[in-house]
Ligand binder design. Structure first.
Ligand SMILES: [Zn+2]
Length: 512
């Protein structure tokens, strides 16, 4: 095989140093202090998106980063990971002004369209995209709507706890006027006061909270919130929704939730943090957040669909390509779009300097044009120690052993596996799959020499147990029969994508 110099593509991207880039070797290191402190059983990358039409590049970029970081974190920390997608179906669909009182009223997407139409929107714009990303990164995902989230007892109980401390948090949640926007839609029509002007908390006790509000058409009404009942609907303003969500996630001792947010969120999060502090949130329950690169229009404003308002698609701002504003217009197959995004975000992740910054549409257009003509064929990715890599490359090792985490469950007979070691790679095809409950049981059935021709069963077992603690082995063991697909080669674009995970060849979860 050929090894390419590490700096083979170093001129593709140029980024200045920054505070965070100087503190980190890899973007994923941002999570390390929390992972070491709390030793979670699983890491979930949480990404929320307003469901209000076709996504633009910025939205898909955050989502791609979530899947890629989940893949990287799984390898880096030997902890199972997944992506949790929050479909924000409470985005405002219509806003009207009461002509007499000038109070603003709004109706959310879920109230305007109903559950079936929301599911349809998610299917149309996200499910195939996520399925493709999931396959490209070996990462599972789950979808939950905001409507589903707010109906859950945990969310409602957390909301009620914040109401007990409303005086402590209201200036954090609403620094300009101190009025927290808790929208409880009218039970008759589903419209709610946009700024909660006349929504009042009139009682709070062990039975829950009682609010009164005034509907534009139906006059005054009363609503009672308790954890056991999924009615009334709770439409919280953005900062408040994030406060309640992050507080609820923080209570989960087994799962570390990592909030994935576009870079423009950095400005608002200090208010959420102020409220979390005012509520006495313990350090170990403070949210972990990763801010992703912002996509900027030529003016430096965040790329947004409002750029199109009053203009129309034929009159896009300079440098904005149509697919950047409506990614469904990408000139090619969906898998090609996803592979291109994975390549792009993979490039940004090669150095924290490139990831913790913003990009203009012009620069992203230039990068996308610079991507390799043929992107590497999709395969399951595995890091592996040099001695085992060499045994595979020479055809002497034909069985690979791993613990059966969520990414390994996707491996089937005929799947491709790309083994990587210190910038080199070998593509293999899976000839068979066998799953066992323990390494002992595995060695009762597998030929010891096919796993490693140079060590006895006892030696191999001892090595394996040093690499995998009992809780990893408890996931089960998978034995993977492999054959070489074609002569080993090094693809510079593909190997650079994984430099972050394997910067010096010393980090790998492989046992061989
Ligand atoms: Zn009403």
């Amino acid at each position: 095989m050929i090894s390419l110099p590490r700096n083979g593509q170093s001129t593709l991207l140029i980024s200045p140093n920054s505070v965070l880039a100087n503190a980190l070797l890899r973007a994923i290191d941002l999570l390390r202090p929390r992972v070491l402190a709390t030793r979670p059983a699983r890491i979930e990358f949480v990404v929320g998106t307003q469901i209000n039409g076709a996504p633009h590049l910025g939205t898909n970029l955050v989502q791609t980063a979530a899947f890629l970081l989940a893949e990287i974190a799984r390898r880096e920390f030997s902890i199972d990971t997944m992506v949790r997608f929050g479909a924000l179906d409470n985005a405002p669909h219509d806003v009207v002004l009461d002509p007499e009182t000038h109070h603003a009223y709004q109706q959310t997407y879920i109230h305007a369209l109903g559950k079936d139409k929301i599911s349809e929107l998610i299917d149309t714009y996200y499910v195939e995209f996520f399925d493709s990303l999931s396959e490209a990164t070996d990462t599972d995902y789950a979808v939950e709507t905001y409507s589903g989230q707010q109906a859950r007892p945990g969310f409602r109980a957390e909301f009620l706890r914040t109401l007990e401390r409303l005086e402590d948090i209201r200036w954090w949640m609403a620094p300009s006027h101190g009025t927290v926007h808790i929208r409880i839609p009218c039970p008759d029509c589903g419209w709610a006061e946009k700024r909660a002007d006349r929504t009042k908390l009139v009682r709070l006790d062990e039975d829950g909270a009682t609010f009164t509000a005034v509907c534009l058409d139906h006059g005054p009404y009363e609503s009672h919130v308790d954890p056991e009942d999924d009615q009334p609907y709770l439409d919280l303003a953005t900062l408040y929704r994030n406060l309640v969500k992050e507080r609820a996630f923080g209570r989960d001792r087994d799962v570390l939730h990592v909030m994935m947010k576009g870079g423009d969120w950095a400005f608002g999060c200090q208010l959420v943090d102020g409220a979390l502090g005012a509520l006495g949130t313990p350090a170990a329950q403070m949210p972990m957040r990763i801010f992703t690169p912002q996509v900027l229009a030529p003016t430096g404003a965040k790329l947004s669909k409002s750029l199109l308002r009053g203009q129309g698609k034929d009159d896009l701002p300079a440098d904005v390509e149509p697919w950047m504003l409506d990614t469904t217009t990408w000139p090619g197959e969906l898998d090609n779009y996803v592979d291109s995004l994975v390549w792009l975000v993979g490039r940004l992740l090669t150095d924290p300097k490139h990831f913790f910054r913003s990009f203009t549409v012009k620069e992203l257009g230039r990068l996308m044009t610079a991507r390799p003509g043929t992107l590497p064929v999709r395969a399951h990715e595995m890091g592996i120690y040099k001695r085992y890599f060499d045994l595979i490359a020479t055809g002497r090792k034909t069985t690979e052993i791993r613990v059966n985490d969520s990414s390994r469950k996707k491996i089937k007979e005929g799947s491709l596996i790309r083994f990587r070691c210190q910038g080199d790679q070998i593509l293999t095809r899976v000839t068979r799959i066998a799953r066992y409950t323990s390494f002992e049981e595995m060695f009762d059935h597998e030929a010891v020499t096919s796993v490693n021709p140079l060590a006895t069963r006892d030696e191999q077992l001892a090595n394996i147990r040093q690499i995998y603690p009992p809780e990893r082995e408890a996931l089960g063991v998978v034995a993977i029969g492999i054959e070489l697909v074609d002569p080993p080669r090094t693809d510079p674009a593909a190997s650079s994508r994984h430099r972050e995970q394997d910067p010096d060849g010393s980090r790998t979860d492989a046992l061989g």
